[in-house]
Design a binder for this molecule. Structure first.
Ligand code: PGA
Length: 256
């Protein structure tokens, strides 16, 4: 049985008052019961709010984490926040390789792999984001791109490092655009990624392909979440815009 997750990615949004209103609404409704043991919910917030989120979500059913971590552990790197600092606030997750980090802030595959390793060493669960642009999809390069992004981590740490990690397929053309991949389009990439992991590990003794949660992200809303989550290789969602609206996020969670 694979874990199923719904993760919010607040991006560069929030404010102390706004956060506490949203989190109170979520925490009052997202309560795990025995039937949902293998499911988890979390919010990935700006670093500045980790302390607030820790205070408000401790003893609730919602986990939290960051949207990035530094690839460095400490030293003269002004403006950076290390994975161990994120972990000190009780965080469970850290996104690495979000397409906005790759496209706007210059995160290369190699940097993303280093961030993945830094998160894992700090005890965080890395959520490795992969996805192709519209041009890459039009050139039939989707598989090649997502595998190249995934492979940077496998090359650095081995396929066993995916144990205890999460993969998120987020087609760049679907992020914040209102254009969602169809369930069939998303499923075919998820299946491709899972098969790739299975083949990569076939030589070794670890078996992570069956248990690796692969989330879909890109314009997931409460109105389309159920059909996406019904696909056999889609194990939940990474939610941007809709994670800022309680009714939307709760509707997505209910679809898991
Ligand atoms: P979106 O963002 O749901 O607003 O498309 C998803 C993401 O960037 O993680």
């Amino acid at each position: 049985m694979r874990n199923r997750l719904v993760l919010g990615n607040w991006k560069l949004n929030g404010g102390l008052t706004q956060n506490s209103v949203l989190l109170a609404q979520l925490a009052s409704k997202i309560i795990f019961n025995q039937g949902r043991k293998e499911q988890a919910c979390g919010v990935c917030v700006p670093y500045a709010y980790l302390s607030q989120v820790q205070t408000l979500l401790t003893n609730t059913s919602i986990h939290w984490g960051s949207q990035d971590v530094s690839r460095f552990e400490s030293g003269a790197y002004s403006g950076e926040v290390s994975a161990s600092m994120v972990a000190e606030f009780g965080s469970r997750f850290a996104l690495v390789g979000h397409s906005e980090r790759r496209a706007i802030f210059g995160d290369t595959d190699e940097f993303v792999a280093q961030k993945f390793g830094a998160a894992q060493r700090a005890g965080l669960m890395p959520v490795l984001c992969v996805g192709e642009t519209l041009e890459e999809r039009a050139a039939s390069k989707t598989g090649e791109v997502v595998v190249r992004q995934l492979n940077a981590v496998i090359a650095a740490y081995g396929v066993a490092a995916l144990q205890g990690a999460v993969l998120a397929y987020e087609p760049v053309w679907a992020i914040g655009t209102g254009k969602t991949a169809t369930p069939a389009e998303a499923e075919s990439v998820h299946q491709y990624l899972r098969r790739y992991v299975a083949n990569a590990e076939s030589a070794g003794s670890v078996k992570v392909a069956d248990t690796l949660p692969i989330l879909y992200g890109g314009s997931v809303k409460k109105s389309n979440a159920a059909e996406l989550f019904a696909m056999p290789n889609i194990d939940g969602g990474l939610i941007g815009g809709a994670s800022l609206v309680a009714d939307e996020f709760l509707g997505i969670w209910a679809s898991l």
